[in-house]
Design a protein around this ligand. Structure first.
Ligand code: TRP
Ligand code: SF4
Length: 326
């Protein structure tokens, strides 16, 4: 039997290279031999960004376009919007009845976000329950494999704990365990060397125009020890080099050589990287433009996805209710 895969992404803004190498690449490979469902999780976006809710709608279509342009195939995978399938909320409610508060309050991802994010008030009932909705997403489709980034591991652990507790309390074996599928590619940092993120303004977006890509790459921080052209560089300490490794591994030996022997300066090295990225993104951009011009097609795809997702979700909810109310 094909393994069942579920993953989701919050429609909070434009997709960037970090999403491409950190998640989408993985998803695209998985859809070859797994039954995949990929959700645009707009309720999760609302939980964190309720003050900016008007942009969510636009971001949903944008995200669907990005996914499909990158190679997510709606013929093979279910691509849909979380809020279109009401069963997510129904299961979340049921699971929230059995989830101990302490599990949520102890969640390291939650604690970190409360500590780090100062621009939004996340001290809400909804945000505390974020992982319960995520558990509902996964369990609704009975996914046994969940491609995620490392930062999401605590949420997956909670999913397992919640599903076991459900089985225990309601004396059922409805839910199996799920495992994480972690991406193998090293994490791609932003242009300033921090985690690539919209909120740090250091991301290269999939939809950036060529001149924007060039400008962003030119601004990248390189080996801090290489100040003058004649100083030799240390590629392993340079973010530009790690981009070469991810996007043009065939060229990385050359980069190493010109860098460690000071044959080429950082400016040229970066210019060449920009060319590589522009070239890599071209097919995605072309496909993107095609879909932009035919948004109805994207809407139709999401409606199709909704129907397929709903069929599975409704069946699970029936089983859940049977287990709960006997
Ligand atoms: N919390 C995830 C993130 O921010 C998104 C998400 C929501 C998700 N539901 C999910 C990921 C279910 C995997 C499975 O990245
Ligand atoms: Fe980095 Fe390239 Fe400069 Fe070396 S030459 S420090 S790899 S940008």
């Amino acid at each position: 039997m094909k393994k069942t895969v579920f993953s989701g992404m919050r429609p909070t803004g434009k997709l960037h290279l970090g999403h491409l190498v950190g998640a989408l690449k993985n998803w695209i490979v998985l859809q070859e031999d797994h039954a995949c469902t990929f959700g645009i999780v707009d309720w999760h976006a609302l939980m964190g960004e309720y003050e900016d809710s008007y942009s969510i709608k636009e971001n949903i279509i944008d995200m669907a376009i990005d996914w499909i342009a990158c190679g997510i195939d709606p013929e093979r995978s279910i691509v849909y919007v979380q809020s279109h399938v009401h069963e997510h909320l129904e299961l979340q409610m049921i699971l929230s009845c059995i989830t101990p508060l302490g599990w949520l309050e102890r969640n390291p991802t939650y604690k970190e976000q409360l500590r780090e994010i100062k621009t939004r008030d996340l001290q809400t009932y909804g945000f505390l329950g974020y992982p319960v909705l995520q558990a509902a997403d996964i369990l609704l489709y009975k996914a046994n494999a969940v491609p995620i980034g490392e930062d999401q591991l605590p949420h997956l652990e909670l999913t397992r704990e919640i599903s076991r507790r459900f089985n225990n309390i309601f004396k059922t074996d409805l839910f199996g365990d799920c495992e994480a599928i972690l991406t193998e590619t090293p994490r791609l940092l932003g242009t300033d060397g921090r985690k690539m993120s919209k909120s740090y303004n250091n991301a290269i977006n999939l939809s950036d125009a060529d001149d924007v890509i060039l400008k962003k790459v030119k601004s990248m921080i390189t080996d801090p020890k290489r100040i003058k052209l004649l100083d030799v560089g240390h590629p392993e300490e340079c973010n530009v080099y790690s981009y070469y490794q991810v996007f043009a591994s065939g060229q990385s030996q050359d980069v190493c050589k010109w860098c460690t022997t000071a044959q080429k300066g950082c400016t040229d090295c970066k210019k060449q990287l920009a060319e590589v990225l522009i070239e890599k993104l071209k097919p995605i951009k072309d496909k993107r433009a095609e879909l932009e011009a035919n948004k109805q097609k994207v809407i139709d795809i999401l409606n199709e996805g909704k129907k397929k997702a709903q069929a599975i979700a409704q069946k699970t909810i029936r089983e859940v209710k049977e287990a709960v109310f006997k």
